[in-house]
Design a protein around this ligand. Structure first.
Ligand code: FES
Ligand SMILES: [Fe+2]
Length: 374
């Protein structure tokens, strides 16, 4: 009798699927950089006259505040000979001066002064990104891969100016996963049971999408020492970078979750919390801190899932699973078709760590080699 063994691709449907494992830093997701409004800083991080480097949207950027208090975000490289404005660049009134040869640019990125010439170079422009400063707390930048002007504006929630809420409590995370993977959590009730070990999972009442908005309404029972308390978790997303979560039940808590792509494979998330005042300030802050700690603990529990999971394009779903595909369809609108590199510049590698640059040693030049061997 002859044994007939199935070849690896025959007879076992679905058992042998290709896996594309990228080289480090290669694109590891089947999506592009999303467009939208994204938080790039907190207001208190940027005083008038300050200039800081940033790396978001796969680009080296410079964030600065002019002496009249207006923040600006521009591409980092000077069109003259490529100086990086974020390293030694200075604010002069309402202009940014390049550290290399002193050329000055206004917030729109127009060359307004060449210190050793009577003329300016009208072709020398630096890309500038529309910015909004929200509630004197968040600095939000508009990003679109083709430099389209803003396609929507953010609705500012009432809680930002409501004296019935506490001051801000903030947290900042860096995650080695694409924004979309984190955002998918907003509809994922079942993972609470397994990743966060909660006894009860939020029950989604509705999930509606309309244009750039996605709204999730859910009920959640919170176990407390005095018994189970009925609560709610309601999430309102405005585009891919700005989500407002309102928790009610134990204590009303308001959370702005702001995700920003560092590049196609990584993102940063900033949380800004406010708690409704209950009793005195000390009591509000104790209860508020406990809540913030729990949300941040859950974020760290999610991290190994996000950073190690694959993106399954056609997931095998249960009939009772939440509306993952409706979420993905909504999110897919934020990817622009057909990115072009017509105006590319060749930049050094992205910084490691928290989005801030690191020193990258270079090979010795020929003359230095010569000196060393002398
Ligand atoms: S590189 Fe900026 S002024 Fe020369
Ligand atoms: Fe989670």
């Amino acid at each position: 009798m002859t044994d007939v063994l199935p070849s690896p691709t025959e007879g076992r449907s679905g058992a042998v699927l290709p896996q594309y494992v990228p080289e480090p830093d290669e694109k590891r997701y089947p999506f592009e950089m999303p467009w939208g409004w994204f938080q790039v800083a907190w207001s208190h991080e940027l005083n008038p006259g300050e200039v800081v480097p940033r790396f978001y949207f796969g680009r080296h950027l410079v964030l600065w505040r002019d002496e009249e208090g207006t923040p600006h975000l521009n591409d980092a490289f000077c069109p003259h000979l490529g100086g990086h404005f974020g390293y030694g660049g200075r604010v002069k009134h309402c202009n940014l001066m390049c550290p290399f040869h002193g050329w000055e640019f206004d917030g729109d990125g127009t060359n307004v002064k060449i210190p050793y010439s009577e003329r300016v170079n009208t072709k020398a422009t630096v890309r500038s990104y529309p910015l909004r400063e929200v509630g004197n707390h968040l600095i939000i930048a508009w990003y679109h891969p083709f430099d389209e002007p803003p396609l929507y504006e953010l609705d500012i929630p009432d809680e930002l100016s409501d004296p019935g809420f506490s001051d801000w409590s903030i947290q900042h995370f860096s995650v080695a996963a694409a924004c979309q993977e984190l955002a998918e959590n907003s509809v994922d009730g079942p993972h609470f049971r397994y990743v966060h070990n909660t006894e009860i999972v939020p029950e989604i009442e509705s999930y509606e999408t309309e244009g750039v908005y996605a709204r999730m309404r859910s009920v959640q029972k919170f176990p407390t020492p005095r018994g189970v308390v009925d609560g709610r978790i309601d999430v309102d997303n405005q585009g891919p970078g700005f989500g407002i979560t309102r928790f009610s039940g134990i204590v009303d808590t308001f959370l702005i979750g702001a995700a920003v792509p560092v590049d196609r494979n990584r993102c940063e998330v900033r949380f800004s919390f406010k708690t409704r005042n209950i009793g005195d300030a000390a009591m509000t802050s104790t209860v508020g801190d406990a809540f913030v700690n729990e949300v941040c603990k859950q974020f760290e529990e999610d991290r190994p899932i996000w950073e190690n999971k694959a993106h399954v394009r056609r997931p095998a779903l249960a009939d009772t699973d939440p509306p993952f595909m409706k979420f993905r369809k909504w999110y897919s609108q934020f990817y622009a078709e057909g990115e072009s590199d017509e105006h590319a510049v060749w930049a050094p590698p992205p910084p490691a760590g928290e989005g801030q640059p690191v020193f990258v040693p270079t090979a010795p030049t020929a003359s230095r080699k010569h000196r060393i061997s002398d």
